[in-house]
Design a protein around this ligand. Structure first.
Ligand code: ADE
Length: 225
């Protein structure tokens, strides 16, 4: 899989992909993440990327031309399955959307800023609009990193134990059960006996019950379907 991220703040995306699971996924050749500086596609001498909104009002709007040039340059090299725009008024991102996107080949993610992009970009170039939640970030970069992370860890081979993504919270509409590690007792706080029993079936049942209890208590909405 390849993810091309278009941004006017490329520095913001230098770090998230350079560590741990996401770095290893790239080292193994399972995913390529390429960050593009939109300013390289600016069309005037001032390297302008935004302008005042027609009709007035506060806030700048991102220009269509640099975005068009950048997307066209990318599309000239390879086909893309989705061109995603990160925006608070997009569809809300969740595990199901992450699963779906992890099966795609090549993705472009466009990060918005200021008051957003010229509506014609959304109408003509974008195939999918995604929000990471009902709050407004300063720009789409951190949202793009969230979405990319959730997708990349689902690509087969990225996690060393392939089943571990399958036991994540939300994967089967349930929250994950509690987990424990050594020591067996810490300052009088103990690990549930069943986890020490070696009885696989009982452990599985216990985990399922705990998942169910936790979901009923914290996220009953997940059980509605
Ligand atoms: N850009 C600003 N806020 C955002 C959000 N909540 N989701 C996606 N992109 C955004």
């Amino acid at each position: 899989m390849r993810i091309d991220i278009i941004t006017c703040l490329p520095k913001l995306l230098e770090s998230p992909f350079g560590h741990s699971i996401l770095q290893r996924a790239q080292d193994k050749g399972l995913v390529e993440v390429v960050v593009h500086d939109l300013r390289a596609y600016a069309v005037n001498k001032k390297k302008q990327l935004d302008d005042y909104a027609y009709g007035g009002g506060a806030g700048m709007v991102m220009l269509i031309e640099p975005i068009d040039k950048c997307i066209s340059a990318l599309k000239a090299d390879r086909p893309y399955d989705e061109i995603i725009y990160m925006t608070p008024d997009g569809e809300t991102f969740n595990q199901q959307v992450a699963n779906e996107l992890s099966l795609k080949g090549n993705l472009i993610i466009l990060c918005g800023h200021y008051k957003g992009v010229d509506e014609r970009v959304r109408e003509h170039f974008i195939t999918r609009e995604i929000s990471v939640g009902d709050y407004v970030l300063s720009g789409g970069e951190l949202a793009a990193a969230v979405v990319s992370d959730a997708i990349i860890r689902l690509i087969p081979g990225v996690l060393s134990d392939e089943t571990s993504a399958l036991t994540d919270s939300f994967q089967d509409s349930l929250l994950a059960p509690p987990v424990y590690t050594r020591p067996v007792e810490y300052k009088g706080m103990t690990v549930p006996e069943v986890l020490l029993s070696g009885h696989e079936k009982k452990i599985e049942e216990w985990r399922f019950q705990k998942s169910l209890e936790r979901t009923k208590k914290r996220r009953p909405d997940l059980l509605d379907d």
